[in-house]
Design a protein around this ligand. Sequence first.
Ligand code: PLP
Length: 393
Amino acid sequence: MRTVYVDNNATTQVAPEVFEVMKPFFHDLYGNPSSMHFKGGEVQKTSVEAREKVADLIGASPDEIVFTSCGTEGDNAAIRGTLENYPGKRHIISTRVEHPAVWTLCKYLEKRGYRVTMLSVDREGRLDLDELRAAISDNTALVSIMYANNETGVTFPIEEIGQIVKSRGIPFHTDGVQAVGKIPLDMKRITVDMLSFSGHKVHAPKGIGVLYIRRGTKFSPLLIGGHQEKGRRGGTENIPYIVGLGKACQLAARHLEEENNRVRFMRDKLEQGLLERIPDTLVNGDREHRLPNTVSLSFEYVEGESILLLLSNLGICASSGSACTSGSLEPSHVLRAMGIPFTAAHGSIRFSLSIYNTEEDIDYILEQLPPIIEKLRDISPFWRDYIKASSKQ
Ligand code: PLP
């Protein structure tokens, strides 16, 4: 069966070049970089090079890069590592559309006495920066706002947000997990104190991530132990994965242009083609300020999960906007925050492309998906009539 993988915001295929450079570090090059002997030295050298490649991708200095295990760890380390430095301040500002790595942590902190302002978004998933300005107070310890949304691909104006936050002298963290490798980022140009990202979203393996910490930022480590990562994260370094991430970041820098041209073209072709072929289809999110690889579409009157299963039977891997957890089919908090109607949020599907997709993949989806939606709508005509009738009341 043909496989068409368009779920790259969930995870990506490890690039063959990445896998290749990692291999020796599982047998010959097994030293601990902290060891004094030559076995330590030979891996130490490669980890320095990898750190430089990672730093280059985001315009940072190598000493501002801290390797973590994943995006979630980076987000947790940034938020908790900042709060610890401002014990007198008990207010956090974030948004209603963050990934659970930030969102659930904010809810957890709320239960422990922090006041959390979750900024709202409009129907297009955009923030109102006046709401941010009004929310900042002398008690604000941290602002954490994502760079790009994982479900809709909508990007926030991080440069402008950084200026607002820094003009009030407040630490600013951004979850860059979906942005890094897809759009150009330059830490020298934007006023961000901390940025987290994850290897498995940029064609490196799962189990490696990065927290960028601008020089001079007050930070306390989440993992307290050895002196690794200049005391900012204890634990023996995951050298094979660090080397793999270095390679992935080098490749991502080379592919940024392709990501913004060929991948964007394929995404637009898919979006346009589906809008033309399938009636009652909506695009979720601001089409102007969006990652080049992502489109979230709502097919009214059908269940996203049914679409996904039928697509999967045909070898197409996408994802839905509803969190099918604990038996409930609640639409995602992101689409709810955007005020997407219930009927549309339920039938939402996210397609997220990568440089490994081809136009044939897009043609295959354009051929296979319209009959799936038609079939699903045909078998639930009463539901469709009911929804239509009730929306007229
Ligand atoms: N933040 C965003 C925006 C994400 O999309 C994800 C993963 O999907 C994460 C954080 C968590 O990253 P990880 O899976 O590496 O922990």
